[in-house]
Write a protein that binds this ligand. Structure first.
Ligand SMILES: NC(=O)c1ccc[n+]([C@@H]2O[C@H](COP(=O)([O-])OP(=O)(O)OC[C@H]3O[C@@H](n4cnc5c(N)ncnc54)[C@H](O)[C@@H]3O)[C@@H](O)[C@H]2O)c1
Length: 284
């Protein structure tokens, strides 16, 4: 199977980044969001990133222009119609994603691959919302997408081997390294990362150390490029909470209980970099 046109659903942090790397690889891509102002913001962010790459001589002006020219936007789901791969990147909520997969199953051609960028939700369960579970796969990019080389390819209970191979080859075409994992809550990456972030939040909440001190210990002592609280702000505290809820519910172990401080910050709209405040402040 050759991927000749892609649609990305959801133009937030991840959808915009995924669209950018696909466009840079020269494959036509339609970015879809129900909110047209979010689409404008995403295109503005992508152009700014490409402009920066030109300034830093990582890309020529022509390459940046071609990349921008292969991006379309649409605020209706029907924009997916000509794509043979759709990548869903809406918020981490099972009901919302299920609804999108059911709509995609009705709209898309019968051979279109439906991928989810979910961080933790079962690909098998998303596949079962459709009449094509063998064409449903996890394609988990990392943030920031243009800089992170890993793509976790999640094989669901009924995903076809040919689909796993096709999306792995596509990830390589984007300059990424695919790693195939089995469908289990949080897969490999977030099964290990998000409980560590949660533990860092408990550690802060219990007064063991301050925010900067916790990040400093993990950066200098463990050689992590970012501290866990800084990383939580980058991922989005709402996304971290959503993933913990999935791990807690699906694996049924108290060790995944979200820290009450995380819940409180999300309820207060302190979501990290995207809202201007999280554990750190990002106001100008
Ligand atoms: N943020 C991260 O670091 C990260 C990393 C890897 C994977 N993920 C996963 O990627 C997915 C998206 O996360 P994000 O951080 O980009 O979220 P986000 O909140 O930044 O963006 C989600 C976008 O989806 C749009 N949306 C919501 N409902 C829609 C609908 N019905 N139709 C079309 N668009 C709709 C919203 O308007 C928003 O623009 C989640 O599943 C998340 O778990 C996130």
């Amino acid at each position: 199977m050759d991927i000749t046109r892609v649609a990305v659903i959801g133009a937030g942090t991840m959808g915009a980044g995924i669209t950018q790397v696909i466009a840079v690889s020269g494959v036509p891509v339609t970015l879809i969001d129900r909110d047209s102002t979010i689409l404008d913001t995403a295109i503005g962010r992508i152009s700014a990133q490409l402009e920066r790459a030109v300034t830093r001589e990582r890309m020529t002006r022509d390459e940046a222009d071609v990349a921008l020219s292969v991006i379309d936007t649409d605020s209706a789901m029907e924009g997916v119609q000509d794509s043979n791969l759709v990548i869903e990147a809406v918020p981490e909520n099972f009901e919302l994603k299920s609804d999108i997969f059911r709509q995609l199953d009705n709209i898309c051609g019968s051979t279109t691959i439906l991928a989810s960028n979910t961080s933790s939700i079962s690909i098998t369960r998303l596949g079962s919302q459709t009449s094509r579970p063998e064409l449903v796969v996890g394609l988990h990019f990392f943030n920031p997408v243009p800089r992170m080389s890993l793509v976790e390819v999640v094989s669901g209970g009924r995903t076809g081997d040919v689909v796993v191979d096709t999306v792995s080859a596509f990830a390589r075409d984007l300059g990424k390294t695919p790693v195939v994992v089995q469908d289990f809550p949080g897969f490999v990456s977030n099964r290990i990362l998000i409980p560590m972030i949660n533990e860092a939040i408990f550690t802060f909440n219990e007064g063991v150390a301050g925010i900067e001190e916790i990040d400093a210990v993990m950066k200098m002592g463990m050689n992590h490029p970012m501290g866990p609280l800084e990383l939580a702000d980058l991922i989005g505290l709402d996304v971290c909470l959503d993933i913990l809820e999935v791990l807690h519910r699906e694996l049924g172990d108290q060790k995944y209980r979200p820290c009450p401080l995380l819940r409180q910050m999300v309820a207060a709209g302190k979501l990290g970099q995207k809202s201007g405040e999280g554990f750190y402040s990002y106001e100008d």
